[in-house]
Design a protein around this ligand. Structure first.
Ligand code: VGL
Ligand code: ZN
Length: 200
């Protein structure tokens, strides 16, 4: 039985000055650095989109960032171009201690489908492989931290709960985008899914 720390998307584009800056996004970095030694398994995720990804508003003529579009797999928020594979914005924040990572998992690399969750793409069925990695390493409990609370942390936490992991989200090491009440909705959804919220 091991406990894993899942560090979600602490990348330059989600920090102040980035393409999809999360308010206070960089503030999670020192908090996460101090949490890392407490866990035997450490997984970092990276949002990792090809140029021209279908979640980018720039791919939808007449649509603006933060608007909505209907995709074959359901409604999708449109984002500014962000975390393009190999771009500086896709790099981890330079202050984040990444050497302790056992696994770096990239997601959102298929042009036609977004992936908020570290477990399933936005169709909620295509797996990323993280479940198998964690199970074969004997992990039963997860703590999630990172960016953004209301999107990638939220979807990852709910999916992990659905898969039977014991899930904690440490809100002291998370920051939100908060689009039209999305933070409050995410906190409700996580509580409803049995996720333990700490750090408030
Ligand atoms: C994220 C929007 C688009 C996140 C990723 O990491 O929460 N949000 N891509
Ligand atoms: Zn993204």
């Amino acid at each position: 039985m091991s406990k894993a720390l899942i560090v979600i998307d602490v990348q330059n584009d989600f920090c102040p000055g980035g393409a999809l800056a999360v308010p206070g996004g960089d503030e999670v970095v020192p908090v996460i650095n101090t949490l890392l030694p407490d866990y035997t398994v450490r997984v970092f995720t990276q949002d990792w989109h090809p140029a021209g990804h279908s979640s980018f508003a720039s791919e939808h003529p007449g649509k603006a960032p933060f608007g909505m579009v209907e995709m074959p797999y359901g409604p999708q928020v449109l984002w500014p171009d962000h975390c393009v594979q190999g771009s500086p914005g896709a790099n981890f924040h330079t202050g984040l201690e990444t050497d302790p990572a056992d696994l770096i998992l990239r997601k959102g690399f298929r042009r036609a489908i977004d992936s908020y969750s570290a477990f399933f793409e936005n169709d909620r069925t295509t797996p990323t492989g993280l479940e198998g990695y964690l199970r074969t390493r004997g992990v039963t409990a997860l703590t999630m931290v990172g960016l953004a609370t209301d999107f990638c942390v939220h979807f990852s936490a709910v999916d992990a709960g659905r898969l039977g992991f014991e899930v904690t989200v440490d809100l002291a090491a998370c920051r939100a985008i908060d689009l039209d009440g999305s933070l409050a909705a995410a906190l409700d959804a996580m509580r409803e899914a049995g996720v333990t919220l700490t750090g408030v």
